[in-house]
Structure formats: structure tokens, C-alpha cells
Design a protein around this ligand. Structure first.
Ligand SMILES: [Zn+2]
Length: 406
């Protein structure tokens, strides 16, 4: 087997291992050859065997892969998978070591004075909106256009389906036209689901199609729903380019998309920056409140995750924190515990517990500053080319190197 085949096989095996321990596979999408399909890989391998195979794969990669960015990308991915295996095998590690090992970023709690600053920003921007005090204003703001249950289901299955066609056109007209290249797109199918730890999920199906699921147990209003739609659609777009790159290059490792690696930091970062990419980050009073609230909510969710996973605080304490400092509704804060809690409801390790960092850190430490620099230097076409046409740029391990030209 060559290095890329070994890589795909290992991802599948680690996927089967995480499935066994948490109910969720680390493999998020696969569109490669049938014989390397994760479902056809061993489900029996022990943690020791997997770690030993990963170490052997490092050597093979070093010997075989010549393109340095490609090699660093693949090594970074395998390093993360090694940490995934160690974590679920019960190896002693702190939450900070887990997050840093998976995502190659530094875990840091936001100090309360930084939270104060962003609360102050929300307060300034929301001042003209109705309500007796800040809490009241944020509650009113959130319930404006709030939609739940069956109405939400109808919206998702009818109107969003149309909206996605519109967003697809926007990507073609505003982003791909700058690149001067096109990508096949068979569209996104929308579905409402319940009982999930996340609020929305893009399942890339291969063959240039996606399934977008929205969790209708989560509370949405018109702003948060819009945020999720753009976010999930960008995941679809970035996978379209990845599949195209795979078909053109026949580099097998591109046909598998693992979770919990440096790639997630960039893929969540680009998804959270989709509105800027499409030039729809308008500065209406409503949007400027939404943007400030976005920062406050992502930062307080990260702090709540650290409280639960690192400081041993209870779910109630984390909920109180998100309500008091993030100005979240009780119910919505409670819902988000499913995503950040160290254990899932079935008592097994919560596979998503370390994941909350990828969004905010991906956007603010990687994607947004590079995007803004590209705007300033008037090199947006090259920026988008690097993001979408060089699949090896898309990892926290390789991002800065991929943009050295800028
Ligand atoms: Zn996402």
C-alpha cells in the first residue's frame, strides 16, 4: 500500500474505533474507492495497534510524499488521530492537552475583563432596541422572528431548499467567478431532525451533493438561522472543491474527511466567515448586534466548556455562566450543554466535547485576518484560489505556510 492508501485505511479504522467508544465515527465524509471505504476496514483494532500503525504511517509519508505542504497536512491529520485514539483509550491527558493535540491551537479561557468588553460592545449596539435593561433587550432581540417546532420544520424543508439555490448562485457569482474556475454542484438537501448535540450539520455525500440537517430542538430566530444556513452551505462548497481536487489529482487522502483534526479549525473558520466571503456582512443596526452577540456567545461557550472539562464544574454551573455572562436564554444554554459536556447522555465520552474551539479560533486566529489582509492587498482571487483550490492549505498546521506568498 502507498502512503495515501495507508492514510485512508487508518482514518477508517480510527473511525470504527471512535464509533465503538462514542457512537460517532471520526470520519465525517468519504467519497473514495469502495475497497477503502471505512465500513470495510477493521473494527477490531486496539488502541495500541492503531497508534503503532499511525507511527509507521509517519515514516511512509516522510519517504513517499514530496510536496511539503501535502506532507505536513497529512502528518498533522494523523497526529490528531493519534491523540483521538489516546484520549478515548483513557490515556491520562488534561483537556488543554486534548484540545491542543487535536487542533494544534492553544487553549485559553477568555478573561472576564474581555467578556466585559464584548458585553459593553453588545450594550452599545443594542441600545436603540426595545427593552428595560440589557438582559431584556437581548431577550427581545432574540425572540424577534423566533421559530421552533413544526413551523421551523416547514421552513427548513420548503423555504430553505429555495434559499440554498440562491446561496449556491451567490458563491458562483461572487467567489468562483473571481477564481475563474467552476466546480460541479448537485446541491444541498435540507432535513429537520431532533435529538442531536449540534444545531446544524452538513453531511457531504460525495458525488457533489450534501444533506444539511437542522436540529429543531434547538432554538432559532431569523438571525441565528441565517447564520447556520450560510455556515453549513460553506461546508458543502469547500467539500465540492475537495472532491474535484481528488478526482483531478487522484490523491486518495482527499477522498476522506476526518473530524477532530487541524482541518476542522479551518473548515469551521471558513464556514463562520462565509458571509464575509459573499460580501453580505452589511452594517445594518440589526446585523451589528448579531455580530457582537456572535462573539459573546462563542467566547462564553468556550469558557463554559473549560469550566466543565477542565475545572470540574457541573452542567448547572456552566448553564448559569452562559445565562449570566453570555445573556443566553436558560433553555438555549441548557441545549448547548449537550455539545460541550465531557460525557454524553448515554454516559460515554462526548465526542464533541473538545470541538467548540474550532469555530471562533478558526475564524478569528486564521481565516478572518488572512481574508482581511487579502482585501487590503487587493488579492482576493488568489486568496480564494488558495482556500478552495489548494486542499492542503486547509489545516491549522499548514494555513500560514500556504499563505506565505501574501
Ligand atoms: Zn460547521
Amino acid at each position: 500500500m502507498n502512503a495515501a492508501e495507508i492514510f485512508v485505511k487508518l482514518c477508517g479504522e480510527v473511525g470504527n474505533f471512535t464509533q465503538r467508544h462514542t457512537g460517532i465515527s471520526v470520519v465525517d465524509a468519504y467519497f473514495g474507492p469502495e475497497d477503502l471505504h471505512p465500513a470495510k476496514q477493521s473494527t477490531e483494532k486496539t488502541a495500541e495497534e492503531l497508534v503503532s500503525d499511525i507511527h509507521q504511517a509517519f515514516d511512509t509519508l516522510r519517504d513517499e510524499i514530496e510536496d511539503p505542504l501535502r506532507m505536513e497536512n497529512m502528518m498533522g491529520e494523523l497526529h490528531s488521530l493519534n491523540v483521538v485514539v489516546d484520549w478515548l483509550a483513557g490515556k491520562e491527558m488534561s483537556y488543554a492537552e486534548l484540545v491542543e493535540g487535536l487542533f494544534h491551537i492553544t487553549l485559553k479561557k477568555f478573561p472576564e475583563n474581555e467578556i466585559d468588553k464584548i458585553i459593553q460592545l453588545v450594550e452599545e449596539r443594542i441600545s436603540e432596541f426595545p427593552g428595560a435593561n440589557l438582559q431584556d433587550k437581548i431577550t427581545n432581540f432574540g425572540s424577534d422572528g423566533e421559530i421552533t417546532g413544526e413551523a421551523l420544520q416547514r421552513l427548513i424543508e420548503d423555504e430553505l431548499q429555495e434559499k440554498s439555490v440562491e446561496i449556491g448562485t451567490m458563491f458562483r457569482e461572487r467567489v468562483f467567478s473571481l477564481i475563474g474556475a467552476s466546480v460541479p454542484d448537485k446541491g444541498v438537501h435540507y432535513e429537520a431532525v431532533r435529538n442531536q448535540p449540534w444545531s446544524g450539520y452538513n453531511w457531504y455525500q460525495g458525488g457533489f451533493k450534501s444533506l444539511n440537517q437542522f436540529n429543531i430542538d434547538a432554538k432559532f430566530n431569523k438571525d441565528t438561522l441565517q447564520g447556520v444556513i450560510y455556515h453549513e452551505y460553506e461546508h458543502h462548497v469547500s467539500n465540492l472543491w475537495r472532491e474535484k481536487a481528488y478526482l483531478n489529482s487522484q490523491h486518495l487522502e482527499l477522498s476522506i474527511v476526518p473530524l477532530h483534526t487541524g482541518s476542522c479549525v479551518i473548515s469551521e473558520g471558513t464556514a463562520d466567515t462565509a458571509k464575509e466571503f459573499l460580501g453580505i456582512a452589511d452594517d445594518s443596526p440589526r446585523i451589528s448586534v448579531v455580530n457582537a452577540l456572535y462573539g459573546l456567545r462563542r467566547m462564553t461557550s468556550i469558557n463554559a466548556a473549560i469550566m466543565m472539562n477542565e475545572e470540574g464544574k457541573s452542567a448547572d454551573e456552566a448553564v448559569d455562566y452562559m445565562v449570566n455572562r453570555g445573556f443566553r436564554a436558560q433553555e438555549s444554554a441548557r441545549q448547548s450543554i449537550n455539545f460541550i459536556s465531557p460525557t454524553a447522555q448515554d454516559g460515554r465520552p462526548n465526542f464533541f466535547a473538545p470541538y467548540i474551539y474550532t469555530y471562533f479560533i478558526g475564524r478569528t486566529n486564521f481565516v478572518l485576518p488572512t481574508y482581511l489582509k487579502a482585501v487590503e492587498k487587493d488579492v482576493l482571487p488568489e486568496f480564494f484560489k488558495t482556500v478552495y483550490m489548494n486542499p492542503y492549505s486547509g489545516s491549522s498546521v499548514t494555513w500560514n505556510k500556504a499563505f506565505e506568498w501574501m
